[in-house]
Design a protein around this ligand. Structure first.
Ligand SMILES: C[S@@+](CC[C@H](N)C(=O)[O-])C[C@H]1O[C@@H](n2cnc3c(N)ncnc32)[C@H](O)[C@@H]1O
Length: 213
């Protein structure tokens, strides 16, 4: 049965307010009252917008709220592809975040419809904690990233406040998963990824990894 969070993501009204109202509040929440996640998010957007002839895949792209930044610096044959499970999110992205170098598809992160080694950058932001079986999604991301390419993840992580009695139970009931500190990093390393870097901001983590050349 879909969790509360999954049902929310599939709701057409929610897809319309997601980017402007929901995500900024949620981003701040990850810092446990501070602003470190918002600061890191700004830095990530700048990084994604750097110039280059890159193929970028945004797994669970929602309403395409990173496409503007990720597509801004693209040149040559560079393309941004967003994929999401929820029809309402894909429709909202197609309405509000169109661009010459931007494509949105409906699909499941567990079965990415692309050949091996297609993308230079594969991101999955604020989504893994909603996916009931998230670790195989990392395997798929590692499959479609090119040698020398990068994987970028933003999701939850267990921190001291999340370890308070009841916090994980509440997260679990709503369908949000809190990852152990080594869970994603360990999986990426076991997939042979290199330079695996983890930045923790409250109960959020950013992970950056490269596929060896
Ligand atoms: C909280 S939104 C994140 C949107 C955007 N990436 C962001 O950073 O704001 C989570 C998204 O994950 C999508 N999603 C959940 N399970 C998925 C799956 N198995 N495959 C693809 N997308 C999925 C939901 O439809 C939703 O749009």
């Amino acid at each position: 049965m879909p969790s509360i969070a999954q049902r929310l993501m599939g709701n057409p009204a929610f897809s319309q307010i997601y980017e402007r109202l929901w995500r900024p509040v949620f981003t701040r929440g990850f810092s446990l009252g501070g602003s470190s996640t918002a600061d890191y998010d700004r830095a990530l957007r700048t990084y994604l917008a750097r110039p280059g002839d890159r193929m970028v895949l945004d797994v669970a792209c929602g309403p395409g709220n990173y496409s503007h930044d990720a597509a801004r610096g693209l040149s040559g044959d560079g393309q941004y592809v967003g994929i999401d499970f929820a029809a309402s999110m894909v429709a909202q992205a197609q309405r509000s975040q169109r661009g010459d170098r931007v494509t949105y598809l409906r699909g499941d992160a567990h079965h990415l419809p692309f050949p091996e080694a297609t993308f230079d950058t594969v991101v999955c932001l604020a989504a893994l904690y909603l996916i009931p079986d998230p670790l195989p999604v990392l395997d798929e991301m590692a499959r479609v990233v090119r040698p020398g390419g990068e994987i970028i993840i933003f999701t939850s992580v267990r921190a001291s406040a999340a370890a308070l009695p009841g916090a994980e139970a509440i997260a679990g009931l709503s369908g949000l998963r809190i990852f152990g500190r080594r869970e994603l990093v360990g999986r990426l390393e076991s997939l042979g990824m290199e330079h695996v870097e983890q930045t923790i901001t409250g109960v959020g983590q950013y992970v950056h990894a490269r596929r060896p050349q």
